[in-house]
Design a protein around this ligand. Structure first.
Ligand SMILES: Cc1cc2nc3c(=O)[nH]c(=O)nc-3n(C[C@H](O)[C@H](O)[C@H](O)COP(=O)(O)OP(=O)(O)OC[C@H]3O[C@@H](n4cnc5c(N)ncnc54)[C@H](O)[C@@H]3O)c2cc1C
Length: 464
């Protein structure tokens, strides 16, 4: 059980300026800024390699007014980005926090390009739900694992030590309550103590901790957790023990489109470009354009906790731009048929209803009417034979609640004072999605990883 130890002075095996707990996007980004200032830094990663949910992700980072957007002549501005985030979270996120993330992520992406040779481009073939402009930034390979690989390479160029198989178990504080180090455990049970003037919590949220999920997000208690197993919620537990302010623990990112039983993410681009979801009765049950996060709950409430993405050859080609989708095709998850009746037969759902659903979507596209769920279908995006389908379920991707921080990503207590020496970034910090699953705007996860990692790292670099 993660805890707090009071030990003054600390008796340590090693001494460093800054300990970073967690080797995902947040921790790696922060480490680059700390090391750039000539400070000693160590990344502790409990697993045998850096990865985190970042490496499992699609690696898409939303940012406005960046150099990458300008190179591609894509119009956008931070006010629009702010409006999109606030509209999605139903104006429940703290506005100052949203602005620090928006400004932080723009600075982080530009800086990673100029100072650390990590190139970004912006996906401009479709808009993610809730985004008014093209602003999803990706490394050339458009995968989370290559984002991690490039960050790790930048860290190795600065000779930043990364200690894998090192689980931080306790934070060590002085009598005055200042952070002075941490205790760690190796897989063989060996204990180590690290003295550090600053600690950055980059250990994400509690998606991998069944008990915490059941307590704070009961509707996802039995859902498949699709994120990284290392994310066990220590940041929240340490924060609670330190009297830190913690917000929006019921907030999270779900996803309503994970191939079942293959467990492969099927890009939501297919829904945004004309595809739709039906249940086993062959009927639609929601507005797919509200977002993939809340769609997790909608899908889990269907019979068998399953739904079927219905699309066509045009959208199959679009999906194939993503590695996950190509993997799903190889695994046999994508079912194809020349007619809608044959497709219904193959996926064993009600063919009569599915044909009616398709006809209704096409009618809506032709007339311009908005459907009963609030979705508008467009004539140029109507589905045509041959058709495709994939059986999907709803899953939990990561949690969005966490530690409340100030403009430098320093952790705050409930009385507003700073926990001296403690920073939080990425999924360890409270996000910008508010307290509900429907508040998650695409990209809100890596947004706080890069933005707050950048802010924490730069503040430590300047403060020393
Ligand atoms: C399938 C999938 C797709 C996604 N796609 C996107 C996307 O395209 N865009 C987007 O914005 N978001 C996406 N997300 C969410 C995004 O991946 C996360 O929000 C983001 O990666 C969080 O980064 P992080 O650095 O905070 O945490 P992580 O990348 O999870 O890293 C945290 C690390 O801390 C380590 N750790 C935890 N506790 C300890 C401890 N006690 N001691 C030592 N190490 C510890 C963990 O092992 C882990 O490696 C996706 C998530 C999933 C699951």
């Amino acid at each position: 059980m993660a805890g707090i130890v009071i030990e003054s002075p600390i008796s340590a095996d090693i001494e460093i300026d800054c300990l970073i707990i967690g080797g995902g996007a947040a921790g790696l980004t922060a480490s680059l800024a700390v090391a750039q200032a000539g400070l000693s830094v160590l990344i502790a990663e409990r697993q045998d390699r850096v990865s985190g949910s970042t490496a499992l992700s699609s690696g898409l980072i939303p940012a406005a007014d960046t150099n990458a957007q300008r190179r591609q002549q894509l119009e956008d501005d931070t006010d629009q980005f702010f409006s999109n985030i606030m509209a999605k979270n139903n104006h429940q996120a703290d506005t100052a926090h949203v602005w620090r993330c928006i400004n932080g992520v723009r600075a982080a992406i530009n800086w990673l390009e100029t100072d650390h040779d990590i190139p970004f481009h912006v996906l401009d073939s479709f808009l993610y739900p809730g985004h008014s402009h093209y602003r999803m930034h990706a490394v050339p390979e458009v995968t989370g694992k290559d984002l991690v690989r490039r960050l790790e390479h930048a860290a190795s160029k600065q000779e930043i030590p990364i200690s894998c198989n090192l689980k931080i178990t306790n934070l060590v504080v002085s009598d005055a309550g200042n952070i002075i180090g941490a205790q760690a455990e190796r897989p063989d049970g060996c204990q180590e103590t690290i003295a550090a003037k600053m600690i950055i919590l980059a250990c994400n949220g509690y998606g991998g901790n069944r008990d915490l999920v059941a307590r704070y997000i009961p509707e996802m208690r039995d859902a498949i957790y699709f994120g990284h197993s290392g994310n066990q919620g220590e940041a929240v537990l340490w924060g609670q023990a330190l009297g830190a302010e913690i917000a929006h623990l019921s907030g999270y990112q779900g996803h309503g489109s994970v191939a079942y039983p293959h467990g492969i993410l099927i890009t939501w681009a297919i829904m945004m470009e004309g595809g739709f979801q039906v249940n086993q009765l062959g009927k639609r049950f929601s507005n797919e354009h509200h977002g993939y996060s809340e769609q997790a709950v909608n899908v889990l409430s269907q019979s068998g906790q399953l739904a079927y993405n219905i699309f066509d050859a045009r959208l199959t080609a679009l999906g194939a731009e993503f590695e996950d989708f190509r993997n799903a095709e190889q695994a046999g998850a994508i079912i194809k048929a020349d007619t809608i009746a044959e497709l219904a037969d193959k996926i064993e759902i009600d063919g009569h209803n599915l044909a009616n659903t398709l006809a209704e979507c096409n009618r809506l596209a032709d007339t311009g009417e908005i459907d009963g769920f609030g979705r508008r279908f467009l004539p140029e995006k109507k589905l045509s034979p041959p058709f495709s389908a994939v059986k999907v379920t709803g899953t939990l991707f990561h949690t969005q609640g966490g530690l409340v921080i100030n403009d430098h990503a320093q952790v705050l207590r409930t009385d507003g004072s700073i926990v001296a020496g403690l920073y939080a970034c990425g999924g360890a910090a409270c996000g910008v999605s508010g307290p509900d699953v429907s508040g998650y705007l695409s990209g809100n996860g890596l947004l706080t990883a890069l933005a707050l990692g950048y802010l924490a790292g730069h503040h430590i670099a300047q403060d020393f």
